[in-house]
Design a protein around this ligand. Structure first.
Ligand code: HEM
Length: 192
């Protein structure tokens, strides 16, 4: 697909644009004893262009934004809703992913992009306490359901996209690796 939209070269981010749907999601979230609670889900991911950002007249970023809507497979009810941006610096190859979880948690993760055959692989991570790629959370979450790290691997290959993300938590007095993965197909490039 064309990487240049309205005169802006979106580089590898262009491959994500459009609407994607999937019914292969699997969520591993903590239950009240911090034991794994597995939920199958369907998800919709919509990526749209968000233009260019220039920082301190030196750093040029191209940006796309997304909305991720996740429903339980068994009843169709929304149980996760996430918004954020992916940002790419062509000069250095830096990729950043900023995201908001509507529990009072925000993440800025950073990393790089690799090409493996026809697959483009986006890998980012963040750690609690980092002043750069880190995590901010509400006082309640910090005390009761702390996010200590986040990592995500997203692979796009034509009209197929998969992701695997792990949110490291400290909840109910224990560490828990909250994992979500899914595979989606692009249904439209329409970004309206
Ligand atoms: C497809 C993506 C995701 C789904 C479907 C999902 C779903 C869930 C579910 C079902 C719970 C348990 C809620 C409960 O027991 O009431 C949970 C807990 C949690 N999730 Fe996620 N999650 C996703 C991604 C994320 C991400 C990316 C983050 C943060 C970076 C995050 C942060 C949390 C936190 C902090 C909790 C602990 C809250 C609690 O259980 O009381 N989640 N998530």
């Amino acid at each position: 697909m064309n990487q240049i939209i309205d005169g802006i070269d979106y580089g590898p981010l262009a491959q994500l644009l459009g609407k994607w749907v999937g019914d292969k999601g699997l969520d591993n979230a903590p239950d009240a004893k911090a034991e794994p609670d597995l939920n199958a889900f369907t998800d919709e991911l919509t990526f749209t262009v968000a233009g260019r950002s220039e920082n301190a007249e030196q750093q040029e970023l191209t940006v796309i934004k997304y909305h991720h809507l996740v429903r339980k497979l068994e009843n169709g009810l929304i149980f996760h809703d996430q918004i954020g941006h992916w940002l790419y610096e062509q000069a250095t190859g830096l990729i950043m992913h900023s995201l908001t979880i509507p529990r009072g948690v925000c993440v800025l993760a950073g990393g790089s992009i690799k090409q493996h055959g026809s697959e483009t692989i986006f890998e980012v991570k963040a750690k609690l306490g980092s002043e750069t790629f880190g995590i901010l959370q509400s006082p309640f979450m910090l005390e009761k359901a702390k996010t200590t790290a986040f990592k995500m691997r997203l692979v796009v290959d034509g009209n197929s996209l998969s992701y695997d993300e792990t949110t490291s938590l400290f909840i109910y007095g224990k560490a828990f690796e909250h994992n979500d993965k899914s595979r989606l197909q692009r249904v439209t490039y329409d970004m309206g």
